[in-house]
Design a protein around this ligand. Structure first.
Ligand SMILES: [Zn+2]
Length: 305
């Protein structure tokens, strides 16, 4: 497959980040119906440093590779367990006149983001790691109370400069799905930032080289989009990369064996229904929209999972 030139690519990437995938997920109705003004005052962080980290750490998760294949393969048991809410963020920055209406679902203004995270802490949510989630899904392993997983896609710089310190205030950890083509480019994270996130207890996941749709891969695309970028992330973090997020949330069942044979143990999509035979490779997330007030986010967490 041919790849576009750098400038075209950047344009494509901005479009990719603002992809209209959300329109097919069933989330749009909720998101547009529940648009609310963001109250900047609510964004002030209080001194409520949550015990999230302490409590989450009190529930250690086994290494996924130690969990029997039979547990990971028991789709019925996995589907029967209540889903853990998982939020997906992209850009965290204030809107500009150039941002389209649709893009604003993917761009959460800084005050709105801080207010959303504060709401999670004030509501007693505890962030969990993907290994904790995996152990819970496959074996029913215990999770902290009100578990939630926070994920950040596409390598945007503000995930390091804004999200990271905000989450730190509450002892929260997150999962970052990195698209490697962007590393070190303006407005994106550097390799050193990704390593720091990993060193600080966050988990790095694979999100392809340049955000091409997994459903269209053929031949060398698996190498270009999955093998090489995943190896890059393993070199950066010094850790095995075992979690994947589909660009645009798009997947097909043909992708599952390809991901499994490359060592992935689970993959994340968006709000669409899970695959009934392979729920571990279609773990649901909702995009926390830039339009959502903390209250709207809380309602959507409860309704969607
Ligand atoms: Zn993405």
């Amino acid at each position: 497959m041919k790849f576009p030139s750098a400038s075209l690519l950047l344009a494509a990437l901005s479009l990719a980040a603002c992809d209209s995938k959300v329109a097919t997920t069933g989330e749009t109705a909720t998101s547009s119906a529940t648009v609310e003004a963001v109250d900047p005052a609510a964004a002030e962080t209080s001194g409520t440093k949550a015990t999230a980290a302490d409590e989450a750490n009190a529930v250690p998760a086994p290494d996924p590779s130690t969990i029997p294949a039979a547990s990971a393969g028991n789709a019925a048991a996995i589907l029967a367990r209540p889903q853990v809410p998982i939020l997906c963020y992209h850009q965290i920055r204030d809107w500009t006149a150039r941002d389209s209406k649709g893009a604003k679902d993917y761009i959460v203004p800084i005050a709105a983001f801080k207010a959303q995270i504060k709401m999670l802490a004030d509501s007693g949510y505890h962030t969990v790691s993907p290994d904790q989630l995996y152990a819970y899904m496959t074996t029913g392993a215990k999770l902290p109370s009100k578990p939630i997983m926070l994920t950040f896609d596409d390598t945007d710089l503000d995930q390091f400069t804004i999200a990271r310190p905000t989450l730190d205030q509450y002892g929260y950890k997150a999962m970052y799905f990195v698209m490697t083509v962007s590393l070190g480019r303006p407005h994106y994270m550097t390799k050193a930032m990704v390593k720091q996130l990993s060193d600080e207890g966050n988990v790095i996941g694979s999100h392809t080289w340049d955000h091409h749709n997994v459903k269209k891969y053929q031949g060398k695309d698996w190498e270009t989009q999955i093998d090489k970028p995943t190896k890059t992330l393993e070199e950066i973090t010094g850790k095995k990369i075992t979690y994947f997020a589909y660009p645009f949330g798009l997947w097909n069942p043909q992708a599952f064996p390809e991901l499994k044979k490359r060592g992935f143990v689970a993959a994340f999509s968006l709000a669409e229904k899970r695959d009934q035979n392979d729920p571990l490779f279609t773990i649901r997330r909702i995009i926390a929209s830039g339009y959502w007030s903390p209250k709207t986010l809380r309602n959507n967490i409860v309704q969607s999972f």
